[in-house]
Design a binder for this molecule. Structure first.
Ligand SMILES: C[S@@+](CC[C@H](N)C(=O)[O-])C[C@H]1O[C@@H](n2cnc3c(N)ncnc32)[C@H](O)[C@@H]1O
Ligand SMILES: [Zn+2]
Ligand SMILES: [Zn+2]
Ligand SMILES: [Zn+2]
Length: 435
């Protein structure tokens, strides 16, 4: 491909932020800034059978790969299109059965290596930034990250070396893992359920802001970037790398840990939402600073403990963990405090999994108002919460509330996903069906 860049956009040196993306023209709220096909993508193991392994389309009439009976496709075209990547996994999955367990990052890295072997020219995903140009921050790798990368390399050799002849050396692989960690994306559906991982080099050119002027959504394995604030010529285009629910200190910690920079955006400077996000319980004598501090410590521990517990505890044990922590935190924190909201969100997820619709609905009802205040005006977190709530209401035959919630979701999605997105059409249908 000849390098013609992206219309209306340029790559530039952003002071203090490395390379960045800048607008050359005006973009209105809701306008598509650019689209970028995945350079490589991988469907998460849990979604096999529900989505096409190649194009990520969700449909019920997919057909199985006859060999491994693990990968599912829309049709022969998708199966053929995926074969250069799927062949890396097909035979080993048959041979190893349950012992075939590379992480999603390892699977993605294997696909990237294979793609690099078969591509000779700059791809349509790299109009402004090449994958080989990705920032790696290798000089900042600490012991823990190094260990992760080393185990990734070992897994790559273990699961893929038979299918990728002469893998790159350890130094090159260490760099590739670090690049994927700093520039990779996860793909989610409209309710923010995880579908897979991918690399979109041009999308990775965008720097972060906690008050982003664009949002990234997906159509299958194509990333679409839309303006969620007006963008004027000459302005830098910023995306958010993280969940923006949390207070400044938490966001800064996360960005430093995962992306090695100190965010200096307006939200991080003014900290305008921090006070509300940390809301204490309203009572005659407000909690003492040391009580708040110690509960904050407890909250962060319980969040981490819960994250790990998801891998081995039963749903009812998980729900109990949520309830106990909410009870304890509730002695100091208000219901709108973000750590309370975090555990309510987890509890809602467990209720949905257990098909306890009433339970899920009552958690969702507590979450939605504070979510709308804490997240930016157009947020996928808020849209997906309205969507889940709306669908729950309709399932529980609460028609008026259901339609109202779906309309709220739709208003955000029309901007973030674009009016012609199939998710938007689906939500519109759900509303029409109620009339
Ligand atoms: C996905 S890359 C973005 C493109 C990057 N600037 C480059 O030159 O390749 C992520 C890296 O960009 C830098 N970065 C992103 N947002 C930033 C910000 N708001 N302030 C400073 N550095 C930032 C950090 O080095 C981060 O690890
Ligand atoms: Zn397909
Ligand atoms: Zn197969
Ligand atoms: Zn920030």
């Amino acid at each position: 491909m000849k390098n013609e860049g992206i219309e209306g956009m340029e790559r530039f040196e952003s002071p203090g932020r490395g390379r960045g993306l800048r607008a050359l023209r005006h973009f209105a709220v809701g306008e598509l800034v650019f689209a970028c096909p995945a350079y490589s993508s991988v469907l998460t193991v849990n979604e096999r059978g529900a989505h096409c392994e190649h194009c990520f389309t969700r449909r019920e009439d997919l057909f199985k790969c006859g060999k491994c009976k693990q990968a599912y496709y829309c049709n022969v075209d998708c199966q053929r299109g995926d074969w250069p990547m799927h062949k890396l996994e097909c035979v080993s999955m048959c041979a190893l059965g349950e012992n075939w367990c590379p992480s999603e990052t390892v699977r993605l890295v294997a696909r990237i290596i294979m793609k690099q072997r078969v591509t000779t020219e700059r791809t349509m995903s790299e109009r402004l930034l090449l994958l080989t140009e990705f920032e790696a921050h290798l000089d900042k790798t600490d012991g823990e990250k190094d260990e992760m990368n080393q185990s990734g390399i070992a897994a790559l050799h273990h699961f893929y070396s038979r299918h990728i002849s002469d893998l790159p050396d350890d130094q090159a692989l260490t760099e590739l893992f670090a690049q994927v960690n700093c520039n990779g994306f996860t793909i989610e559906d409209e309710e923010l359920s995880h579908l897979g991982s991918a690399v979109f080099p041009d999308v990775a050119l965008m720097n972060h802001s906690c008050s982003p002027n664009v949002i990234v959504t997906y159509k299958g394995t194509v990333a679409e970037v839309r303006a969620v604030q007006e963008i004027n010529p000459g302005e830098e285009i910023f995306n958010s790398y993280i969940d923006l629910l949390y207070p400044t200190e938490d966001r800064k910690e996360r960005l430093l840990e995962s992306y090695f920079f100190v965010c200096q955006c307006t939200e991080c400077t003014t900290k305008s939402k921090d006070k509300a996000k940390m809301a204490p319980r309203k009572q005659s004598s407000p909690p003492k600073p040391e009580e708040i501090q110690s509960m904050l410590h407890y909250a962060k521990n319980v969040i981490e403990e819960f994250r790990r517990a998801k891998h081995y505890k039963t749903p009812s044990e998980l729900l109990e963990m949520c309830e106990l922590s909410l009870e304890k935190m509730g002695t100091v924190f208000g219901d709108t405090n973000v750590y309370m909201l975090h555990m309510m969100y987890q509890a809602m997820g467990v209720c949905l999994y257990m098909q306890d619709w009433d339970g899920a609905m009552s958690y969702g009802e507590k979450i939605i108002q504070p979510y709308s205040l804490y997240y930016p005006a157009y947020s996928l977190n808020v849209a997906s919460m309205y969507l889940k709530l709306g669908r729950l209401y309709l399932g529980l035959e609460k028609k008026t509330q259901g339609v109202k919630a779906l309309k709220k979701a739709l208003a955000i999605m029309e901007v973030a996903h674009g009016k012609d997105h199939h998710y938007v059409a689906e939500v519109k249908n759900e509303i029409v069906e109620q009339k």
